[in-house]
Design a protein around this ligand. Structure first.
Ligand code: SB7
Ligand code: NI
Length: 191
């Protein structure tokens, strides 16, 4: 099982590397890591398990954050509807790639946080509002999917980790609350 002790923090060189493309089929070791990454997210969103194992709640995690420089991310975004038990978007994405995106941008009203960053960094993080992604699942099947708003933001945050980019790199250093044209602001409650 993964815990916060497995998550590397800001300053670790792996977080600044461009991660390697994965070859399919995945090895058993890679499949095990994929399962553990998704399990970490699900546990981290369960208040009892999060407290028991001292997990920070997370909706996404990228392999480089556990010091594996490979292009694999896990995402688990719960539904906005509290009655709905199925997540809005959940899975392991291998070699994810944004193939097209909207001109319109969006950002979270509360800014972003990161499991690898143990401090609050205030400021808007502009992201594409809508993206079309291509990726492979752990079985090696190819997927093509459109995402918008929060799930799109999460996937962009995770793909950034595969390219050595941190969320605060995208905050305007002069004026963290400055917003470029054509950016809307999305209310956030989940991180
Ligand atoms: C806010 C939080 C996340 C993504 C986008 C907006 C995920 C935070 C957890 N991570 O550090 C994953 O890389
Ligand atoms: Ni992060």
């Amino acid at each position: 099982m993964l815990t916060m002790e497995d998550v590397i923090r800001e300053g670790h060189p792996t977080l600044r590397k461009v991660a390697d493309e994965m070859t399919l089929p995945l090895t058993n070791e890679e499949k095990e890591l994929a399962d553990k990454m998704l399990e970490f997210l699900i546990n981290s969103q369960d208040p009892e398990l999060a407290e028991k194992y001292e997990l920070r709640p997370g909706v996404g995690i990228a392999a480089p954050q556990v010091n594996v420089s490979k292009r694999m991310i896990a995402v688990h975004v719960p539904s906005e509807d509290p009655e709905e038990t199925d997540p809005e978007f959940s899975g392991i994405l291998i070699n994810p790639k944004i193939i097209s995106h909207s001109v319109q941008q969006t950002c979270l009203s509360e800014g972003e946080g990161c499991l690898s960053v143990d401090r609050e960094v205030p400021g808007y993080v502009p992201r594409h509002k809508r993206i079309r992604i291509k990726y492979f699942d752990i079985e090696g099947n190819e997927h093509n999917k459109r995402l918008k708003d929060f799930p799109a933001i999460v996937v962009q945050h995770e793909i950034d980790h595969l390219n050595g980019v941190m969320f605060f790199d995208r905050i305007d250093p002069e004026n963290p609350l400055a917003l470029p044209d054509d950016v809307d602001i999305l209310g956030s409650d989940t991180q």
